[in-house]
Design a protein around this ligand. Structure first.
Ligand SMILES: Nc1nc2c(ncn2[C@@H]2O[C@H](COP(=O)(O)OP(=O)(O)OP(=O)(O)O)[C@@H](O)[C@H]2O)c(=O)[nH]1
Ligand SMILES: [Mg+2]
Length: 303
């Protein structure tokens, strides 16, 4: 459907993805049949929006297809069979497959704890394992559903629509959250490199080069630079890096990255094929400031 919100529906086999859709569409419980690789559905939520949902089957052999759809969707609905605690470790693995793919940053993520009619587990048990509540890098929400109450799935769609409509996540907020994530991961989880890689991935740098190496020192240098320039500040109480008024002002200036650095970066990325770019490439990425990153971010996330 043209203009429809593109949504990925994912989760292990038998979590209830097809049943959620068919029950919602028919207004009564309609068990789905096991899905093959993928299946698409068009849904109109009256007075709200049109959705084009793509369900990727949850069986092991077809799960890998999910990666192919991620770049093309605006949001993801991740469905969990709340009645089967034995699957929760596997649920976490598949959930991380979505969460850790940089292309999903900033995009709404609905976690649907399904089959509450027969579940003996409190949703918080699996939610804790997924660690979703501590994410700052995308709008997210947990829903409890049962296909026995078909309209409960409508709430998920309405929420996604709201996220898209209101842009609850303005640009500066997104960048600030991304910065928060990588600082947070770096300091607390002692990870090196990944979070900034994620940020760069969102800027489509990763996808162009396949490998931009970053490490903790580079991240700190970038952050220090941004703080010295007054573009960023650290909020001790909330433990987040925030964009200052000054930084925000810069974000709103459309002329900021008219310079040559942007072109230089692109050129270097293009040179990658010739194999001589790596060192120089890192230096150029280092020269980028928050405003420029944000500008690139804006460009690459245009729908
Ligand atoms: N009691 C109960 N059963 C449900 C609910 N949702 C789905 N089921 C049942 O769970 C089974 C699997 O549902 P499907 O909709 O086929 O699951 P799926 O996630 O689409 O599975 P794949 O397509 O194989 O990935 C079916 O027998 C449904 O009847 C629910 O909310 N409550
Ligand atoms: Mg299915």
């Amino acid at each position: 459907m043209k203009g429809a919100i593109q949504v990925l529906l994912y989760g292990l086999e038998r979590s209830g993805k097809s049943t959620l859709i068919s029950s919602y569409q028919k207004g009564e419980f309609r068990p789905g049949i096991p899905s093959t690789a993928h299946q698409s559905y068009d849904i109109v939520v009256e007075g709200k929006a049109t959705f084009s949902l793509i369900e990727v089957g949850g069986r092991k052999e077809v799960r890998r297809f999910v990666e192919e759809y991620l770049p093309h969707v605006d949001a993801t609905i991740f469905v969990i069979d709340g009645s089967d605690e034995t699957t929760f470790s596997e649920v976490r693995r598949e959930f991380l497959r979505i969460l850790n793919n940089p292309i999903t940053l900033g995009k709404p993520l609905a976690v649907v704890f399904n089959k509450v009619d027969i579940s003996r587990t409190h949703p918080s048990v699996v939610i804790d394992r997924l660690d979703i509540l501590n994410r700052y890098d995308r709008p997210h929400r947990v829903f409890s559903t049962t296909c026995k109450i078909p309209k409960s799935f409508g709430d998920v769609l309405v929420w996604i629509h709201e996220c898209m409509e209101e842009d609850k996540f303005p640009l500066e907020d997104k960048v600030s959250r991304l910065l928060t994530i990588y600082i947070f991961d770096m300091l607390v989880e002692k990870k090196e490199g990944l979070p900034l890689l994620a940020l760069l991935g969102q800027l489509e740098i990763i996808s162009r080069t396949g490998q931009v190496e970053y490490n903790r020192d580079k991240i700190l240098i970038l952050l220090r630079k941004l703080r010295t320039k007054g573009d960023l500040e650290y909020d001790d109480f909330k433990q987040v890096w925030k964009i200052t008024d000054k930084g925000r002002g810069k974000l709103q200036d459309p002329d900021l990255i008219k310079g040559t650095k942007h072109e230089k970066l692109r050129a270097i990325l293009d040179e990658k094929e010739t194999g001589k770019a790596l060192k120089e490439q890192k230096d150029v990425v280092d020269e980028f400031d928050i405003d420029e990153l944000a500008e690139l971010y804006k460009e690459t996330t245009k729908r």
